[in-house]
Design a protein around this ligand. Sequence first.
Ligand code: NAD
Length: 362
Amino acid sequence: MSVFSHPDFDHHERVVFCNDSETGLRAIIAVHNTHLGPALGGCRMWPYPTEADAVRDVLRLSRGMTYKSALAGLPLGGGKSVIIGDPRKDKSEALMRAMGSAVEGLGGRYIAAEDSGTGVADIKAMATQTAHVAGVAEKRNPDGTLRSGDPSPATAYGTFVGLKAAVRSRLGTDDLTGLRVAIQGVGSVGFRLAKHLTDAGARLWVTDIHPDQARRAVQELGVVAVAPDAIFDLDVDVFAPCALGGTINDQTLNRLRAVVIAGAANNQLQSLDHARTLAERDILYAPDYVINAGGIIDIHYERTGYETGPLTAHLEGIGDTLNEIFLRARQAGCTTAELADRIAEERFLGTGAEPDARVAHA
Ligand code: NAD
């Protein structure tokens, strides 16, 4: 399988294939860019149908982290790792420890955290072999209670803030009462986003490929569950992708009836062409790595001495950053995705004059 000539290979600094026969670990670590700092990004465990799917995912995700941290104004580079396997069946403490050893082998160039299929306990197992992990330290909530190192609550809150900014920009309202939202995937982030939205009075339809997850949302939040494929056809205002990537594609785009796309999933668009089609149809797209930066912002504060006030302000800055992107994309006649990429590249490639103060806070 080619990596250097892979369509998603984009000047990645390192792509490391990791194998441990004893535990069955098969993983890939991709370090995209470390110009702004060490490459920090989640460790995903997923039953990829083929190795090629895993390579594609890790290349795209690691690149996305470079853009995400740059746009969030963080001194971090972009990296990501994927473990090939079903987290519900194949995960063990020994396997996660072996993954920790693989991360240790990169000597701090890559720092791992939670992602889809991994949680705090898994990252703690990795931490027995390496110090280069994050998302493990307990943190205090604004109300004084303690929470685990899991960045998902911050990701969900940042996504909620960003979704409100997108709704204000496209629909001209701050009132979410009765807003119709479809959420694809109600796992760690999607479920919490659903809670923020129902608390704000929105009406929700959700789906998940694991029926127990959808059932929990129905029982605890009173939302309506639909079959995974039906989520694209709903007559809603907002579509919130909170599962895996690539769900906005040639097959699904024509079916969407929402006028706002705002969700936590990484790499929501299969290609940049889809951003153009969305713009042509007047569907406002909140660039994924901007709206879902809450987790990496949370982890940054964990690493630099945790303070809730500045963290909350930084998370709320996601809304301001998106407002600027929406406005400037309209002025420049480009898509929101292109504008976000342009600002991020100026920062991590050092091609811009000065970081734009108007988008420096998130
Ligand atoms: P998760 O695994 O806890 O939740 C994802 C949910 O989506 C699961 O319940 C899964 O069953 C469901 N799902 C997968 N494919 C689906 C499909 N085709 N249709 C419907 N449901 C499907 O993961 P998470 O931590 O909630 O992350 C969700 C997304 O947000 C991922 O793309 C992740 O990379 C991104 N993200 C997460 C964080 C974080 O802090 N956890 C931060 C930034 C971005």
